[in-house]
Write a protein that binds this ligand. Structure first.
Ligand code: GLC
Length: 560
């Protein structure tokens, strides 16, 4: 069932150019294993999501992005898919998925599914067939197998490194027991990369898209959308040591952002256009500039791309103004909305990240001995101020589960609890991403804070999270949850997602001030208190009195 089937008028709205839902939507990322566990095995699941759908409706979101729930051995928390057209038993069944779609759609909430096209699991039937087949066979041709270098092929075909650390190639043992070819995996060795120049791979993904579109999904978040095409000849490349591991290097990288990926999304665009209801594609593409990222959302390609340039901008007024201005120039220039995002399952949560005092490249994570530890009170204050800026910006915004509770990164996870392949592949040198993936707290007094009826939790939850549980925040007007609810309601009431931003000057170098329609936003990013104009207060990220805006605080005022 699509949303147009359930909401009168939705189908009519689809036909108005420029009014598609994804242009302005607030999209809530659910990381299913950490959201709500109905089965009690300590891992969240789809019935758990359905059971909490009213809480999400009360929050005021427009759509859900569901991180992977397809069948997977879970070597990379589901980003290693062994069957693209089934639900992993850990998360439930296809019937549970249908129930979730129905529960969401009947409340006017859309669902975007994660799609992982760069690589499969090594347990995918295609990869198992490739291992059993000979070099040069069609089975191997669906992945990137190459002979090794050196006298006996004992060296990898090139010097590429895995995003998770270590080499990007693994050598196989041929069916006759001899050491054989190597296969490429930009991520873990359990995640072999597909060969996207192969029409068989292209056709299979058209089938997968249609499978989920037929089931009613409203779109896809496309994993590693900048990585599918590799440069011919697979030339050596040594990444920038200061860059994040997912891309963003200034130099051209032979496995990120190759021109050929755009043909794939033009093709997918046509597949989505076969369906009603403005189905959308959102690119996870870590690229060096907003102008390059905007290529992913040209009119015949994807609809949205995550604005990682914004996510990676430090808490600095001038830098924020620049990235916001560039985004609002570059994306609309190709007919797309800008998106905004501050947290997800791959980065240090912004309630901690915005108070880090040392460099922390994306994907490295933080642990107890990392330099530049964040001060929690400052981090939360900045996070609330930053979210209050983000949710006033025109375009579409992404929220990561738990940020509406002000959850910080969990820094002191014990080593034996950690599960991110990054932690293992770097032998603990990089902590990886587990700290942002800890199951979220619902009820302070319940086992596992209401995450799971048995009290189990696949990652341990910190004792301090009792005070952050949803039931503790829901009736407290000063809580982070109440702040988010107000922001989302006012954003909708004032049409900010569809608005236009106009910068306001004169508040000082450390202040971000702009007008979006009838809302004026002033954010004090510096330390000196700022005098506010006399105007009606709509919402404030911290209490404001006597017309003075304290440090690390954002307000929305009614424009005069
Ligand atoms: C994306 C996902 C990340 C995953 C990787 C490999 O970056 O967001 O969680 O590990 O792709 O699929």
């Amino acid at each position: 069932m699509t949303l147009s089937d359930t909401l009168p008028g939705a189908a009519a709205a689809d036909s108005r150019p420029g009014s598609e839902w994804w242009r302005t939507a607030v999209i809530y990322q659910i990381y299913p294993r950490s959201f709500a566990d109905a089965s009690g095995d300590g891992v969240g699941d789809l019935p758990g999501v359905t059971s909490r759908i009213d809480d999400l409706q009360a929050l005021g979101i427009d759509a859900i992005w569901l991180s992977p729930f397809q069948r997977s051995p879970q070597k990379d928390a589901g980003y290693d898919v062994s069957d693209y057209c089934d639900v992993d038993p850990l998360f439930g069944t296809l019937a549970d998925f249908d129930d979730l779609i129905e529960a969401a759609h009947s409340r006017g909430i859309r669902i975007i599914a994660d799609l992982v096209p760069n690589h499969s699991s090594d347990q995918h039937v295609w990869f198992q067939e490739a291992l059993a087949a000979a070099p040069g066979s069609p089975e191997r041709g669906r992945y990137i197998f190459r002979d090794g270098k050196g006298e006996n092929g004992e060296l990898p075909p090139n010097n590429w490194e895995s995003v998770f650390g270590g080499p990007a190639w693994t050598r196989v043992t041929e069916p006759d027991g001899t050491a054989g070819q190597w296969y490429l995996h930009l991520f873990d060795s359990s995640q072999p990369d597909f060969d996207w120049s192969n029409p068989v791979v292209q056709e299979e993904f058209r089938r997968i898209l249609r499978f989920w579109l037929d089931r009613g999904v409203d779109g896809f978040r496309v994993d590693v959308a900048h990585g599918l095409v590799k440069a011919p000849g697979l030339p050596d490349y040594t990444p920038d040591p200061h860059g994040g591991s997912m891309g963003g290097d200034a130099a051209e990288v032979p496995y990120w952002g190759q021109e050929g990926v755009h043909d794939i999304y033009r093709d997918w665009h046509k597949v989505l256009a076969e369906y009603d209801g403005d189905r959308a594609l959102c690119a996870e593409a870590w690229l060096p500039t907003v102008d390059i990222t905007a290529k992913w959302v040209r009119p015949d390609e994807m609809h949205q791309a995550f604005n990682f340039a914004y996510l990676e901008t430090p808490w600095d007024a001038a830098e924020l103004r620049t990235v916001i201005s560039e985004s609002l120039r570059a994306y609309p220039a190709v007919g797309a909305p800008s998106t905004w995002v501050l947290s997800n399952h791959d980065v240090v949560r912004h309630a901690s990240r915005l108070a880090l005092t040392a460099e922390n490249p994306q994907g490295h994570g933080i642990g107890p001995d990392s330099p530049g530890q964040p001060e929690p009170v400052l981090g939360l204050r900045r996070a609330r101020a930053a979210s209050t800026v983000m949710l006033a910006l025109p375009g579409s915004a992404y929220i990561f589960q738990g940020e509406e509770l002000g959850l910080p990164e969990v820094i002191d996870l014990p080593g034996d609890a950690r599960q991110d392949p990054t932690w293992f592949r770097t032998e603990g040198e990089r902590y990886g991403r587990d700290g942002c993936r800890v199951p979220i707290p619902w009820d302070a007094a319940a086992p596992a804070y209401g995450f799971s009826p048995t009290g189990q939790s696949w990652l341990p939850q910190p004792a301090e999270w009792a005070t952050l549980a949803r039931d503790q925040q829901v009736g407290d007007p000063d809580s982070t949850l109440s702040l988010y609810r107000t922001l989302l309601a006012e954003r909708r009431a004032h049409g900010l997602g569809a608005g236009t931003l106009e910068w306001l000057d004169g508040y000082g170098d450390d202040v971000l001030a702009f007008r979006n329609g009838d809302v004026t936003v002033i954010s004090n990013i510096g330390e000196t208190p700022v005098e506010l104009p006399t105007a009606e207060l709509i919402v404030a990220s911290e209490p404001v009195s006597d017309g003075i805006l304290p440090a690390d605080t954002t307000v929305w005022l009614r424009s005069i």
